[in-house]
Design a protein around this ligand. Structure first.
Ligand code: ADP
Ligand code: F6P
Length: 325
């Protein structure tokens, strides 16, 4: 079948925002313009598509955004787009606005939506954007590097006060289904415990025992990094304090981890992925996800990418826990 000629592309951000999304948008827009394509910004993800919140974009539309957190296109979650009727309407709206292809920056949910649009004749390319790093086809997701650095700096600060007061601190980091942020911070902050959904067996008594032993050895602080997927940090703190007699505080870092100026890595990788996505669309490719795998930028079929599985690197987890004990 002859490849569809692409004249106009759209770009949207969907699901949770992530620092570096603006760098990706900027690269999509500028690369596409250089290739002679017209570019439209679709505001607020699939919700904005269905509401026809579509704006023309030029070079200036993406000026002064590479260093900014968040997404200049805003983002949203959209239940209607998960239905066949919503998807059909989305494809019709693309056609009405002359949009031949769309770059979707988001996570697995957003890629499922992109796959549906592709099946309805709108060429789509995904860019992995989530602070959680939980997209199987790629070793890098836009925003993770900034998020772990933000969390790491916050945890360093908590450690200072925790040591001064000789307390135990439970710090909850984001990651509803994945422990990557917790694991990386656990290593980077030299935490005493790393509790992640992929590994934690729920044995709180073992933690209590280790805290008591650490106190006997003269340890002044005790840092527990708890992934959001395990949660309940405040009640855990109460229980640990009662069982150990060590004053314990819980801090939930929350959405601060999703904001802030992107790191150099997030700006660079997101820019390269954005450029690649626009190039792929210009070549007539569809139903692909741009990824970074084994040190190279590659792309995968969306459905194949969604089938892939990844898990916490056993070696990373082992190394982290060995250094603790
Ligand atoms: P993420 O993209 O970060 O995984 P979500 O899972 O919230 O975030 O998905 C973002 C949006 O993608 C949803 O609000 C919805 O509009 C769309 N989406 C999610 N799952 C599907 C699906 N199975 N089919 C079509 N669209 C979907
Ligand atoms: O962006 C990913 C993520 O931060 C998850 O770790 C978290 O569970 C979720 O988003 C929360 O998103 P929201 O508060 O926007 O629903």
């Amino acid at each position: 079948m002859a490849k569809k000629e692409i004249k106009t592309i759209g770009v949207l951000t969907s699901g949770g925002d992530a620092p570096g999304m603006n760098a990706a948008i900027r690269a999509v827009v500028r690369t596409a313009l250089q290739k002679g394509l017209a570019v439209k910004g679709i505001m607020r993800g699939y919700a904005g598509l269905l509401a026809e919140e579509i704006v023309d974009m030029n070079r200036a539309s993406v000026a002064d955004c590479i260093n900014k957190g968040g997404t200049i296109l805003y983002t949203a979650r959209c239940l209607e787009f998960t239905t066949p009727e919503g998807q059909k309407r989305g494809a019709e709206i693309c056609r009405k606005h002359g949009i031949d292809g769309v770059v979707v920056i988001g996570g697995d949910g957003s890629f499922k939506g992109a796959g549906k649009l592709a099946a309805l004749g709108i060429n789509t390319i995904g860019i992995p954007g989530t602070i959680d790093l939980d997209i199987a086809c790629t070793d890098y997701t836009v925003g993770f590097d900034t998020a772990v650095n933000t969390a790491m700096e916050a945890i360093d600060k908590i450690r200072d006060t925790s040591t001064s007061h000789e307390r135990c601190s439970i710090i909850e980091v984001m990651g509803r289904r994945a422990g990557y942020i917790a694991l990386w911070c656990g290593i980077a902050n030299g935490a005493e415990e790393i509790l992640i959904p992929e590994k934690y067996d729920g044995d709180e008594q073992a933690i209590v025992n280790r805290i008591t032993e650490a106190r006997k050895r003269g340890k002044k602080h005790y840092i527990i990094i708890n992934a959001e997927g395990i949660g309940h940090s405040t009640s855990m703190a109460r229980r640990i304090e009662a069982a150990t007699g060590v004053e314990t505080r819980a801090t939930i870092l929350g959405h601060m981890q999703r904001g802030g100026s992107p790191t150099c890595k997030d700006r660079v990788y997101a820019s390269i992925m954005g450029a690649k996505a626009a190039e792929l669309l210009a070549e007539g490719a569809t139903n692909r996800v741009v990824a970074y795998k084994n040190g190279k930028y590659v792309d995968f079929d969306i459905q194949e990418a969604l089938q892939m599985k990844k898990n916490i690197e056993e070696e990373e987890f082992m190394i982290a826990t060995k250094m603790i004990n």
